[in-house]
Design a protein around this ligand. Structure first.
Ligand code: PAF
Length: 284
């Protein structure tokens, strides 16, 4: 497995792959890798001849400085996992390499509506940071395809929209959420839960499943707020602090779901200090 720290080094690797007419699949990560990331790698390997993974804790997408400071950095362990998974090359730049003029002076990419709605309204600036760093990786690596997890549902929708709007020439592949047997979605944030919180955490997904069943039983999606509020109360009553549960159209992410056949429950809740997110798509 090749490793590159600078833009020149990764571009050299990309040039070799392109010279050999190899297709390139990209998986962008912030490290602290788990089974969810490895599923992205496997999907990229199925669809491309060479797979490049980026590991970069992107300061531009953190709305809380404390989160950036405490974000787990486990580079040695991550590289070992990627080597074992058969990844071809890993790009591990520093913030100085990605943002040489500093964050304040960095040109940024903003996807209208999606960047500032839903999760974006709760985390100002977060999605501009994501869109900017992902578009920089697309420009640096010029992949044929890139894989993103459905766990970050709005992020995936935003990236698809950005690719279309900016005419990036690549295919975006969405990869289903990988869950523990108890339903908890794999996430780097789970590592920050205490043993007691880790035992409680699967109730978050269970609550979404229950809400999904209740919504499916309704004659239509016209008056769902009372049902959603019940789930918020249940979650809060069992030790979580719900940040948001919203049901939107699964394709457009519009809150107008009266005619929708496919909706998605987007949920965020704190368990102690850790903010968990999850989602569930429901089809009629
Ligand atoms: O989903 C993530 O881990 C990050 O938002 C991403 C896409 C790697 C951009 O930093």
């Amino acid at each position: 497995m090749k490793t590159a720290k600078t833009i020149e080094e990764i571009r050299q690797i990309v040039t070799e792959y392109k010279h050999d007419l190899k297709t390139i699949g990209l998986v962008t990560t912030m490290g602290n890798l788990h089974k969810g990331h490895l599923a992205l790698v496997r999907e990229a390997q199925k669809n491309a001849e060479k797979v490049i993974v980026t590991i970069f804790v992107n300061p531009m997408q953190f709305d809380r400085p404390e989160d950036l400071k405490t974000y787990p950095r486990t580079l040695e362990q991550d590289l070992a996992l990627l080597e074992e998974a058969g990844v071809d090359a890993v790009f591990t730049p520093t913030p100085e390499i990605m943002y040489p003029r500093g964050l304040q002076n960095q040109t940024y990419v903003e996807v209208p509506d999606l960047a500032n709605s839903l999760e974006g309204a709760l985390r100002p600036g977060h999605f501009n940071g994501v869109a900017t760093v992902v578009s920089k990786f697309f420009n640096i690596i010029q992949p044929d395809l890139a894989c993103f997890g459905e766990k970050d549902y709005q992020q995936l929708a935003l990236i698809r929209e950005m690719v279309q709007d900016m005419n990036f020439q690549l295919r975006i592949i969405g990869v289903p959420i990988v869950r523990h047997e108890n339903g908890l979605a794999y996430s780097s944030r789970n590592n920050r839960l205490s043993p007691e919180e880790l035992e409680k955490a699967p109730e978050f997904h269970a609550c979404l499943v229950k809400l999904g069943e209740k919504l499916r039983a309704l004659p239509d999606f016209r008056n769902i707020q009372k049902t959603v509020d019940e789930s918020v109360n249940e979650l809060d009553g069992s030790g979580f602090s719900t940040d948001d549960i919203t049901v939107v159209d699964a394709d457009t992410l519009s809150p107008d779901i009266t005619e929708s056949r496919r909706v998605v429950i987007l949920a965020a809740a704190y368990l102690g200090k850790v903010r968990l997110i999850d989602n569930l798509v429901i089809t009629r």
